[in-house]
Design a protein around this ligand. Sequence first.
Ligand code: BDR
Ligand code: CA
Length: 324
Amino acid sequence: MNKRKIIIDCDPGIDDSLAIMLALTSPEIEVLGITIVCGNSPVEMGFENAKKILKQMNRLDVPVYMGEPRPLKRDYVNALDTHGADGLGESFLPEVPGYQQEIGAVDFLSKALIKEKVSVIALGPMTNLARLIQKAPAAFNQIEELVSMGGSFKSHGNCSPVAEYNYWCDPDAAALVYDTLHQNGKMIHMIGLDVTRKIVLTPTLLEYICRLNKETGEFIRKITKFYFDFHWKWEHIIGCVINDPLAVAYFLNPDICQGFDSYVQIETGGITLGQSVVDSMNFYRKTPNTKVLTEVDVYAFFQLFLSRILGLEPEKLDILQDLI
Ligand code: BDR
Ligand code: CA
């Protein structure tokens, strides 16, 4: 099989970890590396967490690269209130020693993109990608497909009334990425809160995962417990929204989400800081730089996600439809 090559740029992070699990268990893609950016957790913690997930998946062969420690211009605000003091739901998994990389995330991205056809799935603030634009614009322009979990069209924000965390954390980086894509005539796939809010891992689904595979299920239970509590406290949801795996699932099967092409710009100041302004009515008469995803087939997502991480044929998930 001709595998598509990807780099996962992320800030693990509970849902980033679930996304990494999905990517590593999907035979049609090859994960060339994982680049870490400051976001949910400080970059050093994200680096350690990526190794912990790779260890769990028995995939310490996948290289991890440390990226930017702070946003381009703003002060850095982490999301440990959402992801726990260790960034992995206070699971306090054992450290995985060693494993330093000689180059940083931006250099790795630059080398990989110049060498071969590579897509990037961005699951955190886009600071690494913005630095890539500044340092090696030709490499950025080579990205085969860019999928970003971030932003929102009509759904309310999760950091302000209008802003989603990844774009709010580093709005200048997100703005540079979107503006550059527009200048280059390229597109980004925006998997925003409109679609990810519909992806809720419920206690019933978690129980189902545990019944099918105790080890994987208990691991997910351990890293998501804090996330469940957070969602109950702040959003009155029983379960947790797992944003990031949807970006990977969409990359694997674009039919999982539907949307439209539009010009999008990211706000970098004022009370709308970090907002993704989607010109769905074409007021600005600008060529689209974004596929804005607004609809999601929740069943298709969970069928793909569970079958992959559990190593089962999709047909084996016979009662899944009743649990969604
Ligand atoms: C995004 O922010 C982070 O908390 C999650 O990992 C996800 O990437 C959702 O707003
Ligand atoms: Ca993330």
